[in-house]
Design a binder for this molecule. Structure first.
Ligand code: WTA
Length: 637
């Protein structure tokens, strides 16, 4: 890439290297033509994309808007995402190609060809069927980053069951809530896993979650990852290996309607009650296929590594479904980027020859701190494309990534999207002229606008609400058991524009910049957690009378929580405040899990309230923002 100032704008911009433009799946002219065609007829654009995949029966129409905003993509279409992610590859040259390269934190590794993965998925699919699981049944997965997690997701999808991943950093209490909400018949877990040199026990948390029984759960399947001595309940628990031992490696793929649910993934809302976002088979696979081929520019020889956990949407879309639909090789790493030292990621890139690396700003910020000597220890020359998601990547982080990891040869794509959108919505392409810090433009077929609270478009340079003005194939189908909330949260305007909850602006070149959320959601290391969820967890402790949680900047995690706590009188008199802080932090870990990072707890006598009696969080936030302007006061990680 040439670094050059252009008349394009005043900022530093980066132009793609000529060879990259020549090699790109979509060159600038094709991109412009696709944008224009999609603007003119976005349904035709997505219909073309759908034709690139295999369907058991093609659709009767591209989009049914009868029950808007419950849109129905490809009605009449019959398919199964696993047919496209796995089955169809078995009859092509992909059959013996590597589908998955997995590496454990301890350095153990396992590779699966498409054919091997296909057979493993089929065996588990048969086993699930023998347990009585069929189309529409829900299966909860409480699993770390191990191959069996991917296999279980695919096996569920293959038989039409709906998987619901619960991030392994969530507590037993959250797991129980998800089991109750989804009425899952089966929970799949592991005995334990490795993270940053520690052995984390998972099965015991499942036992805790299901203590006292569960109405729905009949079976708990346990993967032996760490050979831990776990308690197995005779009537309920079965080892994964024992379950699949006798199973055949061929299994029929369930014929699904395009709109049938594929998975539920919970994400934080503003009310403190997480929302079960439902994605389906048809539209989701179509958008992901385009995303991998166009945005990530996938070539037959690529080794694609998205570092997202399978407990989040990034893992679903860009570790499992997207790469497999595209027929590429996906990399999965179980452990921590700092284990055993800060070069682990670069070591993995060089050993497997990773070509496309998709990660998160929080990971880059963490590794940046250790300096460029770690990436320099490894040959990173196989990399050709870098990408980031989940939160804003500041220009200095972007530049460090670009220079030290990409050696100024690889574009850095800052991709904007959400659990609800299913795939990347706003992102540069590899051939785009890049401005660090901007997420660029919507991909073809995605229409967005920036509006004020009444829905009026705001002028260039002015911040407003990001809305998506036309439905798109990988949009959420609904919220689990809460259609009403789906409507009120995402479609508040009469115009039927999807409300993202993000505040953004457009610059004079038409590029989009993300400024943060308009609602009460924290983004802790790229994980969305509602302020109210954290406050409710605090309130469940007997020491807390009232509480407000706000986000404060953090050099590594981007944002962490700060809690203002009014203690109950019998605790307010206690001298040892450090002990109360320790107790409350421990309590939060139990209630939500390690993802809920509360960096500071400040005890106050009262909290500011609005006239209607609600806690005026914005006053506290503004106060903190004032403090944050002084960088010396920023919280150290
Ligand atoms: C934020 C993650 C700035 C945004 C894929 C969004 C971003 C929320 C970016 C969704 C980005 C995501 N720049 N902010 N490139 N990507 N976000 O559902 O606030 O975990 O609404 O999906 O993360 O988070 P979620």
């Amino acid at each position: 890439m040439n670094t050059s100032k252009t008349t394009y704008s005043e900022e530093l911009v980066f132009r793609p290297l000529p060879q990259l433009v020549i090699d790109a799946n979509v060159n600038p002219q094709e991109f412009a033509a696709a944008q224009a065609a999609a603007q003119a007829d976005y349904l035709a654009y997505w219909e073309d994309a759908a034709h690139e995949l295999e369907w058991f029966h093609k659709w009767d129409a591209v989009l049914d808007t009868t029950n808007a905003p419950h849109y129905h993509w490809f009605p009449g279409g019959q398919c199964n995402i696993v047919h496209n992610a796995l089955d169809r590859h078995i009859t092509t040259g992909n059959k013996n190609k590597l589908a998955l390269i997995w590496e454990g934190e301890a350095g153990d590794s396992k590779k699966y060809t498409y054919y091997e993965l296909y057979r493993e998925v089929n065996r588990l699919a048969n086993a699930l069927r023998s347990l009585g699981i069929s189309k529409g049944d829900r299966v909860v997965l409480y699993l770390p980053l191990i191959p069996q997690t991917m296999i279980t997701m695919l096996a569920c999808a293959k038989i039409g069951a709906v998987h619901c991943m619960v991030f392994s950093g969530f507590s037993a209490k959250i797991l129980r809530q998800r089991v109750v909400e989804t009425q899952a018949k089966v929970v799949v877990t592991a005995d334990g896993f490795y993270r940053n040199g520690h052995l984390i026990a998972l099965k015991t948390l499942v036992d805790e979650a299901l203590m006292g029984g569960s109405d729905s759960v009949e079976t708990v399947i346990v993967v032996n990852r760490a050979t831990l001595d776990v308690h197995m309940s005779e009537a309920r628990d079965i080892w994964y290996d024992a379950l699949i031992r006798q199973e055949r490696s061929e299994a029929a793929t369930e014929v699904m309607h395009a709109h049938d649910p594929l998975f539920i993934l919970h994400t934080s809302g503003t009310t403190g009650e997480p929302k079960g976002v439902i994605h389906g088979h048809g539209g989701y696979m179509v958008a992901l296929h385009r995303s991998l081929n166009w945005v990530f520019d996938i070539k037959p020889t690529d080794i694609f590594w998205c570092t997202g956990d399978l407990g989040w949407i990034t893992g679903h879309s860009y570790v499992v479904y997207g790469p497999l639909i595209a027929g590429t090789t996906t990399v999965m790493y179980e452990g921590h980027p700092l284990y055993p030292q800060a070069d682990r990621m670069w070591d993995i890139v060089s050993r497997y020859g990773v070509t496309v690396l998709y990660t998160a700003p929080t990971v880059i910020r963490m590794l940046m701190r250790y300096g460029h000597q770690y990436p320099r220890m490894h040959d990173l020359s196989t990399l050709r494309l870098l990408a980031s998601a989940g939160e804003s990547i500041s220009p200095d982080t972007w530049l460090w990534f670009y220079k030290n990891i990409g050696h100024s040869q690889c574009p850095v794509l800052d991709t904007w999207w959400q659990t609800e959108t299913g795939s990347c919505m706003i992102t540069p392409f590899p051939v785009s002229v890049l401005k660090p810090g901007s997420v660029h433009r919507p991909v073809p077929g995605i229409m967005v606008d920036i509006v004020d609270d009444q829905g009026q478009a705001v002028p260039t340079g002015v911040q407003g609400n990001l809305v998506i003005t036309q439905p798109w194939p990988s949009m959420l189908l609904d919220l689990d058991r809460n259609s009403q909330k789906y409507q009120s949260t995402y479609w508040p305007l009469k115009t039927h524009w999807y409300w993202t909850g993000d505040i953004v602006s457009r610059d004079e070149d038409g590029l989009i910049w993300i400024h943060g959320r308009s609602d009460d959601i924290l983004n802790i290391a790229g994980h969305r957690i509602g302020n109210v969820e954290l406050e409710n967890a605090f309130l469940a402790h007997k020491a807390v009378a009232e509480v407000a949680v706000v986000g404060i900047p953090d050099k590594i995690k981007g944002e962490v929580g700060k809690a203002f706590v009014v203690l109950r009188p019998d605790f307010a008199v206690l001298e040892d405040r450090n002990e109360i802080i320790r107790m409350l932090k421990e309590h939060l870990r139990k209630e939500i899990g390690p993802v809920a990072v509360i960096r500071v707890i400040e005890f106050v006598d009262t909290l500011p309230h609005t006239q209607s009696g609600k806690i005026a969080r914005h006053i506290l936030k503004d106060r903190e923002a004032g403090i944050a302007k002084d960088p010396s006061l920023l919280a150290e990680s």
